[in-house]
Structures are given as structure tokens and as C-alpha cells.
Design a protein around this ligand. Structure first.
Ligand SMILES: [Zn+2]
Ligand SMILES: [Zn+2]
Length: 394
């Protein structure tokens, strides 16, 4: 038993440099959501070379690789997201983004490299493998738009997946540590756009116009009171407006104002309550200022909730593989992830792996200064391998 464990561990050790090189290659060539052609091409090529059955072009740029072990068993999936963001990288390194205005600022380059390497390790030891491993490379996580079409394309069927696992690298924890948490982990994320229509005119005579800006300002402030006055204090909710557009000149009352924002929570009932309430609040509030308002919702995704049983499996793997000091339940985060769509279809666990740089305060994900401590990659690989092996029974 010991000897077998040793050889599996060797697989990680001997691939660590290649794993970092692969991540750097993806980092140098980032691609936006649904445009991940080069990335998907490399994924497909590597999986094919490793002997997996590969399907490409799923949900436009998604890839799936199926690895059938030589012994019968269960089917366990691993999910990675492959897209980058419209951010201009500030980091100066030989592998800094070579594509203007596009950057892997969320760590999905690392997710992709880890998932490929996991598939290659398991493929190299296929003879010892009971069951089937399915590797899902989904596009467009940053739009919360890649998971659903992958599921619709049938990636959880043929072979029918029993459980699904995956990880997100995070600068919130130091390299070498992981967070494995049952229950709510990441918030729901829904978008809204409010269009307020007034009547344009001269800034000197606002009484002859209907000012959509004043209505917008009151709506923006008022929406915050929905959170504090209509939701129970025990619940966690964030409502942020990130865009407000109106007007062309300082002394013209515009005829229109548009604001766009995001709503996040861990509770599906609260989500429904607020999304419903916002609609009437916005139009009633606009009417108070003689304007009209319409709200359009972009339903993003529900919260990521890890089931107890599968999370306990991952927790056990993390303790065995990394030791007690490296494992923490952490706290839920208000970020969203469309991994939730997979976890609503199948049991599994989405866990977090630390990549905080050893110096200074880490830049948040999506920031142009985002930096990955690559020592975390091998930790993610080790834990991922341990999870897949133990769930497959290898
Ligand atoms: Zn992101
Ligand atoms: Zn991400």
C-alpha cells in the first residue's frame, strides 16, 4: 500500500515543473469567454495524446475527455474553467499576457493546467484505475455562462457521471493551504439593469423636464434599504451598482439614465424575494419623481453549496495528503461561480486552494496586479489526484 502511494506521489513530483510551464503558457495566451480556441486546442491535443476519448466544440469552446480505467467502477468528473478576463496585466514577467487587454486574472490558467495534468497522471496509470474519470473543461465561467450549455450538451451523461469535483485557486489563502467547506461556499450572482426614462431639457429649467438622474440617485440609495429593512438581519446580501450612465453635458437634463448592478446572497428564498421586490420598488420610486423605470434581470447562478457527504470525503483527502495545519473550512465568499450548475445536477465538492504570494498584501482576483504563487499549483494537483483516486477507488 505504501509503495503504491509512493509511486502516485512521484507522479506529482516529476510533473511539477511542467505544470508550472503549462500554466505560464496559458497565462501568456489568455482568451476571453467563448473565444478560448487556442486553449481548447491544447487541452484537446494533450488529452488525445494521453489516450482519452475527447469531444470538442461543446458550448462553443468546451472540451471533455473521458478516461476509462481498465477495471469497472464508478464515474467521477473533474471540472475546470478555461477563460480569461478583459483586464490589462500590470505584472512584469516573461509570461505576462501577450494579448492586449486580456489577462488570466482569476487563476483559470492554473485550473486548466492542473486538470490536464490530472488527466495525464491517471491515464499513465490506467491499468490500476477502476471506473471512469471525466474531465470537463468549460468555457465562459467569467460570464457565469459556460456550465449550463456544457450540461445541456450532455457532459454529465454517456458515461453518466456519479459525482463531480473541482477547485478554485485563491489569493485569499497562502500557498500550501486549502479550504474545504460544507454548505454555502459562494454566493448567488444575478445582474440587473434599470432604465429610467424622463424628459430632457435645459438644466436651468428642471421644472420643465423630468429628471431621470434624480430618480436614479434615489433608486440607487433606496435599493440599499431593501437589503437592510426587508431582509432578516441574519442573512447575507450584497447589492452593488457598478455602472451608472446618463447625460452628455453639465447643463442638459438627459432623458434617460441607466444603471447596472449585481445582487448576491446564499439563500435562494432571499434571492427570489429581492429579485421580485426590486422590480416594483424601482418602478414605484421612479414614479415618485414623475419618471418611468424598467428593470431587466440577468439571472446568473444560484449559490455554490457543497453537500456534506462529498465534502467530508474531500476533507479527509486533504487531511491525509496535506496535514491538519493546511486545511481550514474558511468562510463563504460573495463571489459567484457557475460550478453551482454542475453541483445542482450531481453531488460533489468545490474547494479552494491557496496561491497568495509570499510578499505583501495579495491583489484580489480580477485586478490587473493579480499574481499567483505557483507553489499552490502542485498542492491543487496533489489534492485533486487524491480526491479522484479515492472516489474511483484506485
Ligand atoms: Zn473570476
Ligand atoms: Zn474564477
Amino acid at each position: 500500500m505504501r509503495a503504491t502511494r509512493g509511486t502516485w506521489a512521484d507522479e506529482v513530483g516529476k510533473r511539477e515543473d511542467a505544470l508550472i510551464a503549462l500554466r505560464r503558457d496559458f497565462h501568456r495566451h489568455p482568451e476571453l469567454s467563448f473565444s478560448e480556441q487556442r486553449t481548447a486546442g491544447i487541452v484537446a491535443e494533450r488529452l488525445q495524446a494521453a489516450g482519452l476519448e475527447v469531444r470538442t466544440g461543446l458550448a462553443r469552446t468546451g472540451v471533455v475527455g473521458v478516461l476509462r480505467g481498465d477495471k469497472p467502477g464508478r464515474t467521477i468528473a473533474w471540472r475546470a474553467d478555461i477563460d480569461a478576463l478583459p483586464v490589462t496585466e500590470l505584472l512584469d514577467a516573461p509570461f505576462t499576457s501577450g494579448t492586449a487587454g486580456v489577462m488570466h486574472a482569476c487563476g483559470h490558467d492554473g485550473h486548466t493546467a492542473i486538470a490536464i495534468t490530472l488527466a495525464e497522471i491517471l491515464a499513465a496509470r490506467r491499468a490500476e484505475l477502476p471506473g471512469t474519470a471525466v474531465f470537463i473543461f468549460q468555457p465562459a465561467e467569467e460570464l457565469l455562462g459556460g456550465a449550463k450549455p456544457m450540461i445541456e450538451a450532455g457532459v454529465l451523461e454517456n458515461p453518466r457521471v456519479d459525482e463531480i469535483y473541482g477547485l478554485h485557486l485563491t489569493t485569499q489563502i497562502s500557498a500550501g493551504k486549502v479550504m474545504v467547506r460544507p454548505g454555502p461556499n459562494m454566493a448567488s450572482g444575478d445582474g440587473f439593469a434599470v432604465e429610467i426614462t424622463g424628459r430632457g431639457g435645459h438644466g436651468a429649467y428642471p421644472h420643465l423636464s423630468i429628471d431621470p438622474m434624480t430618480a436614479a440617485a434615489h433608486i440607487l440609495i433606496g435599493m440599499q434599504s431593501l437589503v437592510s429593512k426587508e431582509v432578516a438581519a441574519q442573512e447575507t446580501v450584497v447589492l452593488s451598482v457598478g455602472q451608472l450612465e446618463a447625460g452628455t453635458k453639465n447643463n442638459i437634463v438627459p432623458d434617460k439614465a441607466v444603471m447596472r448592478g449585481t445582487l448576491r446572497t446564499f439563500n435562494l428564498d432571499v434571492r427570489e424575494q429581492l429579485l421580485g421586490r426590486l422590480q416594483s420598488f424601482v418602478s414605484d420610486m421612479a414614479r415618485a419623481y414623475r419618471a418611468e423605470a424598467r428593470m431587466d434581470l440577468t439571472m446568473g447562478c444560484p449559490p455554490v453549496v457543497n453537500p456534506e457527504r462529498e465534502t467530508a470525503f474531500v476533507h479527509r483527502c486533504a487531511l491525509d495528503e496535506l496535514g491538519e495545519d493546511a486545511v481550514d473550512a474558511g468562510r463563504p465568499v460573495m463571489a459567484s461561480d457557475d460550478m453551482t450548475h454542475f453541483l445542482r445536477e450531481r453531488p460533489g465538492c468545490y474547494f479552494r486552494v491557496g496561491i497568495a504570494p509570499g510578499h505583501g498584501r495579495p491583489a484580489p482576483h480580477h485586478a490587473p496586479e493579480f499574481e499567483m504563487n505557483e507553489a499552490g499549483l502542485a498542492v491543487g494537483l496533489r489534492l485533486g489526484l487524491s480526491v479522484l483516486r479515492s472516489r474511483l477507488g484506485a
